[in-house]
Structure formats: structure tokens, C-alpha cells
Write a new protein. Sequence first.
Length: 316
Amino acid sequence: MFESATSSLGESMASSKMLLVRASVAGTVRSVAKAPNNRILYLPPCARRASGQRKRRLVALVVSHLGLPVRDRRRWRTHARLLAAEACGTAYPLAVSPADLTTAEQRVMDALDTAELVQHLVDLVRVPSVTGTDAESDLQHRSARELTEAGLDVDLWALDLDDLRADPDFPGTEAERLEGYGLVGTTPGDGIPGLVLQGHVDVVPVGDLAKWAAGDPFSARIDGDVLHGRGACDMKAGVAVNLAVARAIHRSGVQLERRLAVHSVVSEEDGGLGAFATLRRRHGGEVAVITEPTSGKVITANAGALTFRGSSQSRV
């Protein structure tokens, strides 16, 4: 929700690599979360101090998600450390060799086209998809075509705004809106997705044009390894990464044991109507990664938002 006008291309590509590993054969969180310096998330002190019973529960939870064989105790420990690190909202790096990747994971990594990822980010930023505008809807339709090309089964639907507003749990909105579209792409198969990658395509208004280079907030100008433009960081870099994950898995030919879903939502910047509508349409998953900018850290929870209207009476 917090807007930035720049996005580090290196960080975007590193994020895609981390997610590619997570969305591998098991279709959910895997043991190695790669960072730019070939490091993985490691057990932080708060998790190391956990009781033996809690550690055993962590291991059991990981095993239930991934279906690991009982004999593979080494991978049990690695998964438990990753899960515990995420649960604490922090992580400590531990050097790891690319040789620790499975054959399937390496195939997916090799299928990542970083030049295509950067160009896709440029194309996304050049769409002025301010919350509630026609460009927001146009981008959802374009994204639907791209997810279809990546081999996903696509659900693109028009939001029933009246029905959503009448829902007791309606999150509220701030921007004027005449329409909105939901979009979910899922790998073929049965059962609830093991992993959801979610991102929003809307951006906040551009503000004072005089403060933008050449007065163009949607130029997607690249200066070194930094891309400038409204929504570059929040969060079209994450949206580009989500598609890169789907494309790489599709091109690698790796068959997932669990389904992968990509959720593309609108109206995040003014309350979360798009995510709300997606859940109301019964799209979900066991694990979700929202690729918002977090400076490369795994964040398990953060402050939300509440939109409300108040009235008062006074005597004149």
C-alpha cells in the first residue's frame, strides 16, 4: 500500500528466483529460499528457543504440507527452520550452494528469462492503472491473456459491485469506481492450490507532475539498475515476478504435485476490494505469498486498513 516510484531490477529478479524455488515440485513453500547472495533463510533465535514440542509441531506441519518421506529427516529440519523463521518475522542467512537445489528446482530456475521479466515490468509501469480507472480494468484483461499463455486455467470476472457493497464484511473503498475485474490463474489439476502468489495492479495517483522526470510518471525510465515510475515498486515489480514464476514453471515442463495459483487484484490502494472479491468467489490456497516490497525480508503479518464513514449532529 505504501507507494514508491522506483524498483530495483536486481531485487525484482532475486525475488523471482526465491519464489521460483518455493513454487517448485511440491507447489508450496520449499526448503531453500534463494537470495541474491546464494543464501537461505535460517532459524532465528526466537525459533531456536522454542520448546521441543513446538519444534516437533513445526516439523509435522511442514511434512503434512509437502508430503516428505519419513526417512528424509535432513530436509525435515531445513523446512522447519524456514517455517520457524517466517513465523518469527525475521531470518538469518546461511550460505548454501546451488547444488542443494533439486533437479526439478534447477530446471525451473534455468527457465527464468530475466530480460523478459524486466521488459514485462517496463510494460506494466507504462500502463497508468490508477485505482478505479479504465486502465486498471484494461491491465486485468491483458494479464489474463498472459496467464493463459503461461499455461494457467484463467478465471476473469466482472465484480458485482452492488453485491460486494451489501456484504456485511465489505472492506470499504475510497476511489470512485464504475467497474472492476477479478483475475485468478491456476495450474491444471484438482484440489486446493498449495501456493498462491498475489499482487495488485492498481497504483495511487501521480501527485505533482512537476516532480517527475520530464513530467511523465509512467515513463518506466531505467537508470542503471533502477526503474523509475509510479507503481514500479508498489507493486508492479511483484506482479511481474508472479508471472515470471508461472512462465518459468510452464516452460521448464516440471509437473507440480500441488496446484499453483496466481491472484491479480484491483483496489488494493483503497481498501482491498479486489482481494475481498477473490475470496468471496472461493479462490484460496494453503499458503499465500504477497509479493509486496519488503526489502527482501519475509514478513508474516502487518498492519491492515479500516475504511469507515462517520456522522455527527450539532446545534447551530
